[in-house]
Design a protein around this ligand. Structure first.
Ligand code: ATP
Ligand SMILES: Nc1nc2c(ncn2[C@@H]2O[C@H](COP(=O)(O)O)[C@@H](O)[C@H]2O)c(=O)[nH]1
Length: 206
C-alpha cells in the first residue's frame, strides 16, 4: 500500500500555525489526520486533553522519551513538547496523510528521520506582527511572550532548511498556498512510483 503524505507545519510562536491548520482542516477536499502532541505545559482555558494536546507531567514525558515513544521532542520556553511515534507510523503505513504542527527544533529532528515529508515554514508578514498576535491571543503573560519572540529570531534563521516558506498575511491565502503545496507533494516521483511499479507487475503477469 502507498504510504500517506507527511506534512510538517512549523514556524515561530504566534505566526498562526494553529489558526491556519484549523482553517485548512475545514476545507472540504482536505482529508489529513492531525498528530496530537504531548506537552508538560498547563492547559489554556478551553483546551481539551486528547484534542489539543495530551497534557502530561514531566515524569510521564521523560518516561516516554526513555521508552523511545516520541518521534521528536523539544524543550520550548520551559516545557517539553513531543510527537507520539506510534500514531504517525501506524497512520502513514495505513496510507493516510498526517499533519504535524510543531516547533522548529522538532521539525528539523523529524526531517532527519523522515526526509520524504513536506516541511513548511510559516512566516509572519513582518516580525512585529508576532508580538502583536501573541498579545492579541491573550494566553501568555508578557514575560513568556518576550521569551517566545526572542526564540523566534533564531527560529526564522532555520527557514532555509525547509522545503517551502508560506507567508501568513491572510489566513485564507496561507491555506490556499498550503493546498497548492499538498497538490505538488502528491505528484512527487517517490509517491507515484510505487503505483506504477505494481501496475507493471500486474501487466507482466498477463
Ligand atoms: N493571518 C493572520 N492575521 C492576523 N492574525 C492572525 C493571523 N493568523 C493568526 N492570527 C492570530 O494570531 C494569534 C496567534 O495565532 P496561533 O495561536 O494560531 O499561532 P501559533 O503559531 O499556533 O502559536 P503557538 O506556536 O504559540 O501555538 C491568534 O490570536 C490568531 O487569531
Ligand atoms: N517540537 C515540538 N513542538 C511542538 C509540538 N507541539 C507543539 N509544539 C510547538 O510548541 C510551541 C509552543 O506551543 P504552545 O501550544 O505552548 O503555544 C509552538 O511552536 C508549537 O507549534 C511537538 O509535538 N513537538
Amino acid at each position: 500500500m502507498k504510504r500517506g503524505v507527511l506534512i510538517v507545519l512549523s514556524g515561530p510562536s504566534g505566526v498562526g500555525k494553529g489558526t491556519v491548520r484549523k482553517a485548512l482542516f475545514e476545507e472540504p477536499d482536505i482529508d489529513f489526520q492531525y498528530s496530537i502532541s504531548m506537552t508538560t505545559r498547563q492547559p489554556r482555558t478551553g483546551e481539551v486533553d486528547g484534542e489539543d494536546y495530551f497534557f502530561v507531567t514531566r515524569e510521564q514525558f521523560e518516561d516516554a522519551i526513555k521508552h523511545n515513544e516520541v518521534l521528536e521532542y523539544a524543550q520550548y520556553v520551559g516545557n517539553y513538547y513531543g510527537t507520539p511515534k506510534a500514531y504517525i507510523e501506524k497512520t502513514l503505513a495505513a496510507g493516510k496523510d498526517v499533519l504535524l504542527e510543531i516547533d522548529v527544533q522538532g521539525a528539523l529532528q523529524v526531517k532527519e528521520k523522515m526526509p520524504e515529508g513536506a516541511y513548511i515554514f510559516l512566516t509572519p508578514p513582518n516580525l512585529r506582527s508576532l508580538k502583536t498576535r501573541l498579545i492579541g491571543r491573550g494566553t501568555e503573560n508578557l514575560d513568556v511572550i518576550n521569551r517566545r519572540v526572542q526564540t523566534a529570531a533564531s527560529e526564522i534563521r532555520m527557514m532555509k532548511n525547509y522545503d517551502y516558506a508560506v507567508v501568513n498575511d491572510e489566513v485564507a491565502a496561507a491555506v490556499d498556498r498550503i493546498k497548492d503545496i499538498i497538490k505538488i507533494e502528491r505528484l512527487r516521483v517517490e509517491r507515484v512510483l510505487p503505483e506504477y511499479i505494481s501496475m507493471i507487475e500486474e501487466f507482466e503477469k498477463l
